[in-house]
Design a protein around this ligand. Structure first.
Ligand code: P1T
Length: 432
């Protein structure tokens, strides 16, 4: 699979467009989690949320577009890019289309987050929602609808992440070499991958990286273990099709680009939503990584494997490197109940009690500016809010920051400092 230009591993100078900021993501130690789990091996996360469009799928979107242009099947100013996706491939494609000037239609199952839809719209894509429950080969599914649109929309073209060889090739030629470069330039005792863990959707990520690993280790006597993670409710790792909430991984059919067996993939681990979301929050809370739901699945699957008899020799080896692919970021899922439902530990509850004692009210109650504004009968506009950090109203209606005093001043016809004085707050240190 040669013939590729030398991989660029870090930024030099200025970039031509956001497409040049796709990939080249950092490999970050998950040392706190490794310690908590009693693992001797090095746990590493490949942080794909740091790519320009926010996910691992930027890589394949960019590559599929460039390849189609090269082959002359995507014609600037004419072609309409259509893609069935769980959202991230759509965002990557819409980003490329925005830069290159193509129209873009994305078919998206209903369960996928509002955040993805809004991002797609911001990039100028047209979204068609489809029923989540529709079987992949039914005309109502995201794949079925995309196919009928391709037939009817003039110059419509599906680049087809499920079958396009550029999907795994993107990972063979970028994700894998980036991991190896990070290891080679690290101070780790070994520069090899001992265990790779990744969730599978189209399977392009795990298939492409695993091909790189197998080609790289040929003749070295080394052999990495490759573990794929699959949600309960998907058939890729065995089991019956069903419902689950995690986005981006698992299907009710085997995509063409997925090579699910040895010598590429050694084992499949099945994960539940609950453990995935708990592991996602753990990655955020303990390692400070803004990861999305399928990252939690990957972490949970990795830990399950490492604690199993098969994974013991890796878990207990201080020279072993475990690479976990973290495909997207939590900013894709901020409105999801699983994310909004945040656990407070004992220390936080105690700290909140202390704060309450200092400020003399519930943290969630509006502060004096909001109360006084309301006493004065001022109607607060959406997005106006709590310039002095006054939090949310009891109804749960969120207040943005910064503009309350200014708008209050506008309505009352006074200057900001006059209003602040009137409210008995003074202007010192106030946000406007
Ligand atoms: O498709 P694959 O390379 O196997 O990546 C799986 C994956 C994992 N996690 C998230 C959040 C994802 O979005 C994906 C794959 N996403 C799509 C197939 C898509 O259309 O966005």
């Amino acid at each position: 699979m040669g013939g590729e230009p030398t991989q660029q591993h870090h930024w030099n100078g200025v970039l031509d467009s956001a497409l040049d900021a796709v990939g080249n993501t950092p490999l970050i130690r998950l040392s706190k989690i490794a310690k908590e789990e009693g693992l001797a091996c090095t746990l590493l996360g490949k942080c794909e949320f740091m790519s320009a469009g926010g996910s691992v799928k930027d890589r394949i979107a960019k590559r599929m577009v460039l390849d189609a242009e090269k082959r002359g099947v995507l014609i600037p100013g004419q072609s309409v890019v259509i893609e069935p996706t769980s959202g991230n491939t759509g965002i990557g494609l819409a980003l490329a289309c925005a830069i290159k000037g193509y129209q873009c239609i994305i078919t998206l199952p209903a369960k996928m987050s509002l955040e993805k839809e809004v991002m797609l719209k911001a990039l100028g894509a047209v979204i068609v929602r489809t029923p989540t429950e529709a079987a992949w080969d039914s005309p109502e599914s995201h794949i079925g609808v995309a196919r009928s649109l391709e037939k009817s929309i003039p110059h419509g073209i599906i680049l087809d992440q499920y079958a396009n060889p550029q999907n795994p090739l993107a990972h063979y030629h970028t994700t894998y070499p980036e991991i190896m470069h990070a290891l080679a330039t690290s101070d780790l005792p070994s520069k090899h991958i001992s265990l790779l863990v990744a969730g599978a959707g189209t399977g392009g990520t795990i298939t492409g990286i695993a091909r790189g690993i197998r080609d790289g280790e040929a003749g070295t006597g080394k052999r990495a273990t490759v573990v794929a993670v699959d949600p309960v409710g998907s058939i890729l790792g065995g089991g019956e099709p069903g419902n689950y909430e995690v986005e981006g991984i698992g299907y009710d059919f085997f995509p063409e680009v997925l090579d699910p067996r040895p010598p590429l993939i050694d084992e499949w681990v099945k994960t539940e939503d609950k453990e995935s979301f708990a592991a996602t929050k753990r990655l955020i809370r303990t390692e400070g990584l803004f990861v999305g739901g399928s990252c939690g699945s990957a972490l949970s699957g990795a830990l399950r494997y490492l604690h199993s008899p098969a994974g013991q020799h890796i878990a207990s080896d201080p020279t072993a490197n475990v690479v976990i692919i973290l495909p997207d970021g939590v900013r894709n899922y901020m409105s999801k109940p699983w994310f909004l439902d945040q656990m407070e530990d004992e220390a936080m509850v105690e700290l909140k009690q202390q704060i309450k004692g200092v400020i003399g009210r519930e943290l969630s109650e509006p502060g004096v500016i909001v109360q006084k504004a309301e006493e004065e009968g001022v109607t607060l506009q959406d997005g106006e809010g709590v310039g002095l950090g006054m939090g949310r109203r009891e109804s749960g209606e969120s207040r943005g920051s910064g503009t309350l005093v200014g708008s209050y001043a506008d309505e009352k016809g006074g200057s900001i400092s006059e209003v602040m004085d009137k409210l008995g707050l003074g202007t010192k240190g106030a946000a406007t």
